[in-house]
Design a protein around this ligand. Sequence first.
Ligand code: FES
Length: 341
Amino acid sequence: MEAVLTREEAVVRPDGDQRKTLDVTLKSITSLAENINAFEFVSLDGNALPAFSAGSHVDVHLPGATIRQYSLCNSPNERHRYVVAVLRDPAGRGGSVAMHDTLRAGQKIVISPPRNHFALAEPARKHLFIAGGIGITPIMAMLAQVQRRGEVFHLYYCARTPERAAFLDRLTPLVEKGLVSLHFDEGDPKKGLDLASTLAKQGEGTHLYYCGPGPFMDAIEAASAHWLASTRHCERFSASGAVAPSSPVDGRAGDTPFDVELRRSGKRCTVQPGESIIEVLRAHDVAVDTSCCEGYCGTCMTRYLAGEPLHRDTVLDDEDREEFVMICCSRSKSPTLVLDL
Ligand code: FES
């Protein structure tokens, strides 16, 4: 039997979905590495949780109406628990500090059901994973999946020191089998993974997956630019300096005003340069659900019905972009963008 999603706590999504939330118990908090804790969630009633696929994440609702996304790192084969690993980052936006400093085992927590913007490719002749720091979390679920299926893979895991690397107990046996390579740079980029040579050749049928801090992601994106777009898969947990402005209100040279029409409510409003669609909607009393506000978490995904968005997110692929737009960071190329709100 599956755990029951709580209707009364459903979050109304800007794309009109009733995104149901899930009450869970934080069963345990375990130290994995320096400043990295694992948080294990189980259902309140002991029933199975909704199934998830490798690469999925959940929204965790924290005190103060803060919502943060964390990748599931346990095996998708497990139905009795969700596990996320979180690096406490005092320089972050507060979510990881709240996770570490305010949550206690035994607490009831509200999360979202899992959703996936970082799925494994099927079929793939080989899976090539590159993880930087806490970016190892979705990759751990992927490793469990490809190992269970008996598929070919190799993981490069980069961290500053072994003390800052999570999951070494599970990865060390795979290092001995030649399936995982560990790179500890001790803060010296010259000792890091040679991305250019690692990614120089694109083996036919090989899919690349990468996750880590922003500069690490930008470096891999550049080093794999010659790969087919359809073979590169990534998940960001911070905005790319190359893709998104540091804040939606920063704007960019050349941004022009445009109108947003809300098809269902009949509202119409104008978004000026330096404003985000979300800010304008909120000013017109339209409730929207956001988290990162920088185009990498997927929370504000909204269906559009007419017009041509100017996409500035790092989540949607080309196919998704034909239907959806991230309204925290994207704008419109056409004079009017019609949203399904
Ligand atoms: S709020 Fe994160 S992508 Fe828009």
